[in-house]
Design a protein around this ligand. Sequence first.
Ligand code: ZN
Length: 207
Amino acid sequence: MIARLFAFVLCISLPAAASANSIKVVTPKGAPKITSEYRSMKGVNGLRRSSRHQGIDIPGPNRQPIIAVANGKVLDVETGSCWGPTLMVDHGKGTDGKRMIVLYGHLGDVVVKKGQTIKRGQLVGRLSNNHKKFKCIAGVRHLHLQIGRTARMTNRGNSWGHVRYLKDGKRGVNPHLYWADGPGQVTCFRKGTNYPKGTITHPMPCK
Ligand SMILES: [Zn+2]
C-alpha cells in the first residue's frame, strides 16, 4: 500500500518537476553534449540570455548530420532572418498524449521537403559554417531543438525565432520528458532498435 502510494506521488509530481527542469539529465557516452539546457539563462556562447531557453542547444562541427528524433511529417522548411534554415516537424503525440511539434533550428542545409513523411534516425539536414551569418546562432555552430504543441502555419508576419513557427514558442516543452530510455535519459539512436511510440532519440548520431 505504501509502495503504491509512493508511486502515485512520484507520478503526479513529475509535471511540476518538469516545468522547473529538475529532471536529472543523464547523457550516455558517445552522445553529442547539450551545452545550453532547457530553461537555462546561459547561452551556447557562455553569455547570459535575455530570457529563459525554450529548447536545448547541441554544438557540432561543420557538416554535422542532424537526424529525425522520431517518425513524423515535415510541416515546413524555411530560412529565418535570425535563426537561419529551420525545419519544423510534427512528430505526433508524445507518451503523455500531447502533440510534439519539433523545431530543428540553425541548420545549414535541409535535405527533406515540406509534406514529406520521415522516419526516426533519418538524415534531415546538416550544420554548416553559417553561425556568424545569422545573429541567433550566436557565433557558435549548433542545433537548437525545441518542442511545442501548436504550429503556426499562417500570419507569421515579421516575427522571428520560435514564435514564428510555434504559437506556444515562448512556452517550450521540456524535451527531457520524452527520451526513449525514460525521462532525463538522453537516448542515442541505434539502427535496428524498436523505440516506443511517443518517444524521442538524440538529433545527432552518437559515436
Ligand atoms: Zn537554443
